[in-house]
Design a protein around this ligand. Structure first.
Ligand SMILES: [Zn+2]
Length: 250
């Protein structure tokens, strides 16, 4: 499977190895110099999680999120997939049901337990993000984990038994205390931190006063085009949805 087009995705603590000149992913031939690189099941690429930041002449590590912002969607998705699958490989070496070692399933991307036969597929955790409009304003919130001054959309994970629309309404009510209407799907983005799929929505304000939950959301408010705070990095679905609103698109 590993051929001339194969790439090496090398990670060190959320950073990815790229060439210093134009931030390109190295070819897999570089992996001769890196111990522990493993093929990604059913994929031409190889990936490795390093415990030390290996020094390779002409290459450097940059935060994976920054790579997403600069590389374009196709390269970002390929690197994200490598990171997602590498983490999955590392987390499924043993069966969660009986504890025996697993091995690669030959005909699809999955692990199979060598003892009880349980099958484990890559886990994908859906999460929603929503741009809430109220007239000419949008609601943006500062999460306790964000950098100072950065505001983004309300986000949260889908719970078992929930439709995406119910997740949107519940997360907004829990985090900022308002109710919304007209929930509409906008688009999606793989987000491998560690295994999410972000699903973007828009919704319209219906009722209530903003009341941050004080745990996840420490500050939230209505912002117009002229009063926007610092926004999430380019390359994120949140940023894209905000920019589409700025451009006047639906
Ligand atoms: Zn088992």
């Amino acid at each position: 499977m590993i051929g001339p087009m194969s790439k090496l995705f090398a990670f060190y603590q959320g950073n990815i190895l790229v060439s210093g000149v134009n931030q390109e992913i190295p070819d897999s031939s570089v992996c001769k110099s890196i111990a522990g690189a493993v093929p990604i099941a059913l994929d031409p690429d190889v990936a490795v999680a390093l415990s030390e930041p290996t020094e390779l002449s002409g290459y450097e590590f940059i935060p994976l999120r920054e790579y997403f912002a600069s590389s374009g969607a196709e390269s970002a998705d390929r690197a994200g997939r490598a990171y997602h699958l590498l983490n999955w490989e590392r987390g499924t070496r043993f069966c969660g049901r009986c504890g025996a070692p697993t091995k690669d399933k030959e005909d699809e991307r999955a692990k199979v337990c060598t003892s009880c036969g349980a099958i484990v597929y890559p886990r994908i955790s859906p999460a929603v993000i929503t741009l809430i409009t109220r007239g000419k304003s949008i609601l943006l919130a500062h999460n306790a984990h964000f950098k100072a001054g950065m505001f983004s959309l309300i986000a949260g994970f889908v719970e078992p038994g929930e439709t995406l629309e119910k997740t949107v309404a519940r997360e907004i009510f829990e985090e900022v205390g308002i109710e919304v209407d007209h929930i509409r799907y906008q688009g999606s983005q793989p987000w491998p931190f560690p295994d999410s799929l972000m699903l973007g929505f828009r919704a319209e304000y219906r009722s209530g006063n903003i009341k941050p939950d004080g745990i996840e959301i420490v500050e939230a408010g209505w912002f117009t085009r002229d009063t926007l705070p610092n926004l999430p990095l380019k390359g994120s679905l949140s940023r894209l949805i905000i920019e589409e609103w700025l451009a006047g698109k639906q």
